[in-house]
Design a protein around this ligand. Sequence first.
Ligand SMILES: C[S@@+](CC[C@H](N)C(=O)[O-])C[C@H]1O[C@@H](n2cnc3c(N)ncnc32)[C@H](O)[C@@H]1O
Length: 214
Amino acid sequence: MPDTTNKKKWNQYWRENVNKSVFFNTLVALARKYYFAKAFAKFIAGHYDVKGKTICEIGVGSGLTLSYLKKMGAAQCVGIDYSPEAIKFSSEQIKDCEFIIGDAFNLGRFGEKKFDLVYSLGFLEHYNKNEQKKLISEQKRLAKECVFIEVPYDIFYFRWLFALNKFFGRTLTFSDEEMFTPKTFQNLGLKGKSIPMRRTFYLTIGYFENVCEK
Ligand SMILES: C[S@@+](CC[C@H](N)C(=O)[O-])C[C@H]1O[C@@H](n2cnc3c(N)ncnc32)[C@H](O)[C@@H]1O
């Protein structure tokens, strides 16, 4: 099971306020804060009517996208992360959502279909195939209507960034994760809709599945 090493790294990442000592991480954090968090929220709201819905983000990190979804009219927004430092970071900045420490592999304390929408951003790609399958089935168990998964898109002009980060020995962000295509989602046994995301300049791909139709 996961992944005490990465848990320590994520904890350090959020404790140091996204490793300000690493210039690349500062850039990513600024891009998330001033562009991508809202772009993700708009993309989600463009495919799923969030008004009045209960929403959960798994691996919530900064909590910024969740907060945008709340402002777009969601009734209740809950973010879960296994890093206590992430939960401290997000709950200090964002007051209109709830943030809870929890491991995405073990969310048994939440009943089935607890939230209308359950989503993750930049999360699934950090795990191997078996783990990804477990995470997706846990995400589906919690969702009443819809699941959404956002991951890096395997497009030619993005590969250089991963290679560069690997070269510099960076970990976690755009370096040691998997890049996805629609086929990657199919290979995980998923039958919903995969959409390369124009709003993120095709750096990411989103997967939607309407679980209530099943
Ligand atoms: C790239 S960050 C996500 C950033 C976040 N979506 C945001 O908008 O700021 C991945 C997050 O997933 C969390 N995470 C990784 N594995 C987890 C697990 N098994 N359970 C809960 N959270 C996990 C990490 O602590 C980290 O905060």
